[in-house]
Ligand binder design. Structure first.
Ligand code: AMP
Length: 184
């Protein structure tokens, strides 16, 4: 199963996909986590990423796609994976489609966690990460609306999108996710 997890920052993608990793026994590919690791390592990739992340902007598609290509050839991804926070642009989604086709594979399901903006801001402010300052938060939410909302539309046209209400206790949200997976 190849699943894409979409949703604005603060929607709970990280929490929910960690549960799926455990229950489905497939790895999570989180481009945000990979970038944070690269920044912690002070690698050249991390230095590039930092400039964008600091400003609440998306890291360029080429950088992200190189990272994904490298990650997908690892053995643990063979049976499937959960893409968390990727693709964030339509260009990334199209590139992922091509990558999947080359491998005789495809995206099987796209889940979008839906949470209203006020709740997102509240949750993000409580989290305390470097990119969780209010002005940066607003830019990240705007980047989601401008660049990633069209990705949801792209998958909707392909009949792959399921929107999940992300409000409520994590257990309730998880039950909705399992329901959506059971329905495919
Ligand atoms: P996240 O933890 O997924 O919210 O990612 C943190 C930050 O990393 C984002 O605000 C972006 O600047 C960057 N980032 C993560 N994934 C991507 C991606 N697929 N495309 C572009 N930028 C990304």
């Amino acid at each position: 199963m190849r699943m894409v997890f979409l949703g604005p920052p603060g929607a709970g993608k990280g929490t929910q996909s960690a549960r799926l990793v455990r229950d489905l026994s497939i790895p999570q590919i989180s481009t945000g986590e990979m970038l944070r690791q690269a920044m912690a390592d002070n690698s050249p990739l991390g230095d590039v990423a930092r400039e964008y992340i600091r400003k609440g902007q998306l890291v360029p598609d080429g950088v992200i796609l190189d990272m994904i290509r490298e990650r997908l050839v690892k053995d643990d991804c063979e049976a499937g994976c959960i893409f968390d926070g990727f693709p964030r642009t339509v260009a990334q989604a199209q590139a992922l489609d091509r990558l999947m086709r080359e491998r005789g594979d495809r995206v099987s399901l796209v889940l979008e966690l839906v949470v209203n903006p006020e709740t997102l801001v509240e949750r993000l402010q409580g989290r305390g990460r470097e990119d969780d300052q209010i002005d940066v938060i607003r830019k990240r939410l705007q980047a989601y609306e401008d660049q990633t909302r069209p990705v949801a539309d792209y998958y909707d046209r392909a009949g792959l999108l399921r929107s999940i209400d992300g409000l409520g206790q994590p257990d309730e949200v998880y039950a909705r996710i399992r329901q959506a997976i059971a329905e495919i």
